[in-house]
Structure formats: structure tokens, C-alpha cells
Design a protein around this ligand. Structure first.
Ligand SMILES: [Zn+2]
Length: 222
């Protein structure tokens, strides 16, 4: 689901590079306004003003990133580490900004695969990525991370899709995969992962609810 969103964003960025369309984007209203141009590659309206907005946070982050080679060298890292994760672990987590997965689990570069989306739900694309993680890159253990106060508990599948359709004129074809109970969704995710024919190499799959107020992990038994 989240990957679908990502692909959509990428599509829109590409469209903005088409001569004429970028200018058209700049000529319309504020962020969030709908510009039913009808000139996109697939002939549907798309949000206006969402891309060329200055992106000052991105500029700040890129300035920090420019120092990464020096920081890496300072940390004693020279050249590329092996692609197969050192610990043989894949983490599936919600994209919530309050979960710093690397800091929480003490992960360093090269240690683990970290797959994130809205809710940390097991989508087709999560299964795809885990299948590659296990069958091409040798991971064997899966850690699932949901959390308290998740936005996915605060929306409903139909309600969110209705709202998107009202706001954009386009009804998403993907499921939002919202959930009402975080622990139940962890159990559901664990069952899906345990029964997947593509994840037969799994030796351990455990699910947790991260407590955003204390930083503690609470395991959810199946
Ligand atoms: Zn969340």
C-alpha cells in the first residue's frame, strides 16, 4: 500500500518534468488544491503545487548527508560492506517518525533489512521484499514493529479512500489496510508471514508494539 503511494509520487514528479506541465503546476493554486489538467500521462487530475515548494528541510538533510563519507571513514568503514545483512534479520516497521528503528535495536550499517510502510502492515510488497531478503540475501529472522498511537487506528479503509476521492477526484485502487486494534494486527501479520510459501526460510518471527511514550517494546504472543 505504501509502495503504491510512493510510486504515485514518483509518477507525479516525472510528469512535472514534462515541458509545459511544470509551468502549469506553478500557475495554479496552493498546495493541496486540485488542478484537473487532464493533460497527465494517464489523463487524470493530479494535485498541484506539491513538488516545487522550496523543500528547505530536504536541503538541510542533504547538507548533512554531504558529510557522510567523512563520518563513515571516521567510524572505520572503508568501502562497501557485504549486501547480505550481517545479523540475518529483517525488520518490518511502521513508518511513524517516532520509531528510530536503528537506535531502538542498536543496528549499524550492514546489520539488517528495514522495511517500513504506513502501519508496518504486511502488504504484497512487504512479502516481495522479505522473499528477496530471505531467498537472495540470506536473512532468516523477522521482527515486526507496530506501535501505540498509530495513525492507522485513527482512520478507516473506506473513510480514508472516500476522503482521498473527495480531495483529489481519484479513488485509490489500493487498500489502506487500516486497523482497529494494534495487537490484533500484529497477530494477523505474524500469521500471514508464517504461512507465506515464499518465506519458508524463516527461523524466527516475532511481533511487538513499541510504546511511543516510554520507548519500550511489548511483545505480542500469537
Ligand atoms: Zn504507525
Amino acid at each position: 500500500m505504501a509502495m503504491s503511494v510512493q510510486r504515485q509520487v514518483v509518477t507525479d514528479v516525472n510528469e512535472s518534468a514534462v515541458p509545459g506541465q511544470a509551468a502549469q503546476r506553478g500557475a495554479v493554486g496552493p498546495v493541496g488544491a486540485v488542478a484537473p489538467t487532464g493533460t497527465g500521462a494517464v489523463g487524470r487530475p493530479r494535485p498541484a503545487g506539491a513538488v516545487d515548494d522550496g523543500a528547505t528541510a530536504t536541503a538541510t538533510l542533504l547538507t548533512y548527508a554531504a558529510g557522510n563519507p567523512a563520518r563513515r571513514e571516521e567510524a572505520g568503514l572503508r568501502g562497501a560492506l557485504p549486501a547480505p545483512p550481517e545479523l540475518g534479520v529483517a525488520v518490518v516497521a511502521c513508518m511513524d517518525a517516532r520509531i528510530n528503528v536503528e537506535a531502538l535495536l542498536g543496528l549499524a550499517e550492514g546489520d539488517a533489512h528495514i522495511l517500513r510502510n504506513a502501519g508496518g502492515v504486511v502488504t504484497t510488497d512487504i512479502v516481495r521484499s522479505l522473499a528477496v531478503s530471505q531467498n537472495a540475501l540470506g536473512t532468516r529472522e523477522i521482527i515486526l514493529l507496530h506501535h501505540t498511537g498509530c495513525g492507522m487506528e485513527m482512520i478507516t479503509d473506506v473513510g480514508f479512500r472516500d476522503q482521498l476521492e473527495r480531495d483529489t477526484g481519484v479513488r485509490p485502487e489500493w487498500s489502506v489496510q487500516a486497523f482497529e486494534n494494534v495487537e490484533e494486527d500484529v497477530r494477523l501479520s505474524l500469521r500471514i508471514l508464517r504461512s507465506s510459501p515464499f518465506l519458508q526460510a524463516t527461523t524466527s518471527v516475532r511481533g511487538f508494539v513499541y510504546q511511543v511514550d516510554t520507548g519500550a517494546l511489548v511483545e505480542v504472543p500469537l
